[in-house]
Design a protein around this ligand. Structure first.
Ligand code: NAP
Length: 355
C-alpha cells in the first residue's frame, strides 16, 4: 500500500491522473494525516497569519509528546513572532502553549501516556496537533479543565516566577504593575496582593480600572489621562515603589525608572508598546536601582524547574487564590482577530483559541 502511494506521488501533477478516482483516493488518504494550523511564511501584520492544511507532526524524538490540541493560549509573544520582533525560522506555526489529549509519546517518555490530559509550553500550538517536549508537558490536575489549563500556564508561570524570582515580593512592599488588567497583569495583581504587598496598577480606561481593583489593586492610575510619576509619589509619600513590573516596554520605561524608590527594582519583562531603546547603565546609580529583563523560559529551562513552578502554580489555582479570567475564546480561523484585539488594547485577561 505504502509503495503504491509513493508511486502515485510521481503522477500527481498529470491532469489525467488528477481527475481520476485514484487521485480522489490519494486525497482522502492524505486528509487522514493532515491538520489545520495557523502558519506564517513571512513576518508582518495579521495578514501573514495563514490558515493552512498541512501534514500532522510525527513522533521522531525520544522525549516527544504528540498532543491533539483542544485549546491554544494566545500570548503577546505570538504577535512578536508574527511581526518579526522575535525571530523564528520560517515557515512556522505560531503559538507557545496549548492543552489537549496525548495521542502518542516517544520511547523515552515514562510518566505521560496516550489519553492523558496535558498542558504544555512549546512552539507551534496554533494547530490541531503539536509535538511538545515531555520536559515542558504537565498533566492537567483533577478539577482543572483543559480550557482553564491552557489559559493559565504560560501567563501564570510568568507572573509566578516574576514575583518569586525576578523580584521577591515581600509583605508591605509597594509594587507598581503596568497594564494591570491584561493577561499577565491581572495575575500579577492577585499574586502580589496575596503576598500582603500594596498594588498600584496602571490601565488605559475605566473598565480596566474596575477589573484591576476587583483583582486586588489598592490604587489605579489611568495612564491615558493621569501623570503616573506624580500619582505614585503622592501615594507613596514621595518615596516611590519597591519594584515595578513593566510589560509595556517602550512607552513606560522612563516612567518606571522614575517611580522606583532608592534601592528599588525594575523588572522590564515585555514590549507591548515596542522595544525599550538602548539604555545608559550609569543611570541606575542615581538610586542604586536593579534592572532586570527576564524571560519565563530561563526560569523553566530544566525539567525540574518547569515541574516545580508548574506544581506551585496549580496548587495556588486549586486553592482558589488565583482567578484566571478568560476574555474570549476564538475559533482557530479567527486568530487574526485575536491578534488585532490583543494589539489593539481591547482585551482584558486571557485570549484562547479553540481547535
Ligand atoms: N518575559 C516573559 O517571559 C514574558 C512572558 C509572558 C508575557 N510577557 C509580556 O507581558 C506583557 C503582557 O503580555 P499579555 O499576553 O498578558 O498581554 P496583555 O497584558 O493582555 O496585553 C497587553 C496590554 O499592554 C497594554 N499596552 C500599553 N501600551 C500598549 C500598546 N502600545 N500596544 C498594545 N498594548 C499596550 C494594554 O493595556 P492598557 O490598555 O491597560 O494599557 C494591553 O492590554 C507583554 O509585553 C508580553 O510580552 C513576557
Amino acid at each position: 500500500m505504502i509503495i503504491a502511494i509513493a508511486r502515485l506521488q510521481n503522477y500527481r501533477n498529470c491532469s489525467l491522473f488528477r481527475n481520476s478516482k485514484l487521485f480522489q483516493f490519494r486525497g482522502n488518504f492524505a486528509m487522514a494525516s493532515s491538520m489545520k494550523a495557523i502558519q506564517i511564511k513571512n513576518t508582518g501584520g495579521v495578514e501573514v497569519l495563514e490558515h493552512v492544511i498541512i501534514e500532522r507532526p510525527k513522533i521522531t524524538g525520544l522525549t516527544d509528546v504528540l498532543v491533539k490540541n483542544h485549546f491554544a493560549g494566545v500570548n503577546f509573544i505570538d504577535t512578536y513572532h508574527r511581526s518579526g520582533l522575535y525571530k523564528l525560522s520560517l515557515p512556522a506555526i505560531i503559538g507557545r502553549e496549548g492543552a489537549g489529549v496525548v495521542e502518542a509519546v516517544g520511547d523515552g517518555v515514562k510518566d505521560i501516556r496516550p489519553g492523558d490530559h496535558v498542558v504544555y509550553v512549546s512552539p507551534s500550538s496554533y494547530a490541531e496537533f503539536t509535538i511538545a517536549n515531555s520536559k515542558k508537558v504537565a498533566k492537567v490536575p483533577d478539577g482543572l479543565d483543559l480550557k482553564l489549563a491552557a489559559a493559565s500556564l504560560l501567563q501564570g508561570l510568568t507572573a509566578w516566577v516574576m514575583i518569586t524570582q525576578s523580584y521577591e515580593v515581600k509583605k508591605d512592599d509597594w509594587i507598581l504593575i503596568h497594564a494591570a488588567a491584561g493577561g499577565v497583569g491581572l495575575l500579577l495583581v492577585q499574586l502580589v496582593k496575596n503576598c500582603g504587598a500594596h498594588v498600584i496598577g496602571t490601565v488605559s480606561n475605566d473598565e480596566k480600572a474596575k477589573l484591576a481593583i476587583s483583582a486586588g489593586a489598592e490604587h489605579i492610575i489611568n495612564y491615558s489621562n493621569q501623570n503616573v510619576v506624580d500619582e505614585v509619589m503622592r501615594i507613596t509619600d514621595n518615596k516611590g515603589v519597591h519594584a515595578i513590573y513593566d510589560g509595556v516596554g517602550k512607552d513606560t520605561f522612563e516612567t518606571s525608572l522614575a517611580c522606583a524608590r532608592r534601592l528599588g527594582s525594575l523588572i522590564s519583562f515585555g514590549n507591548a508598546s515596542g522595544k525599550v531603546p538602548p539604555f545608559e547603565i550609569l543611570r541606575l546609580s542615581e538610586k542604586n536601582l536593579k534592572l532586570m529583563r527576564p524571560t519565563l523560559n530561563n526560569y523553566i529551562e530544566t525539567e525540574e524547574e518547569f515541574r516545580k513552578s508548574t506544581a506551585e502554580l496549580f496548587t495556588i489555582i486549586k486553592e482558589g487564590k488565583l482567578d484566571i479570567k478568560i476574555w474570549k475564546t476564538y475559533k482557530l480561523n479567527d486568530a487574526k482577530q485575536a491578534h488585532l484585539d490583543l494589539e489593539g488594547r481591547k482585551t482584558t485577561g486571557k485570549l484562547i483559541l479553540k481547535l
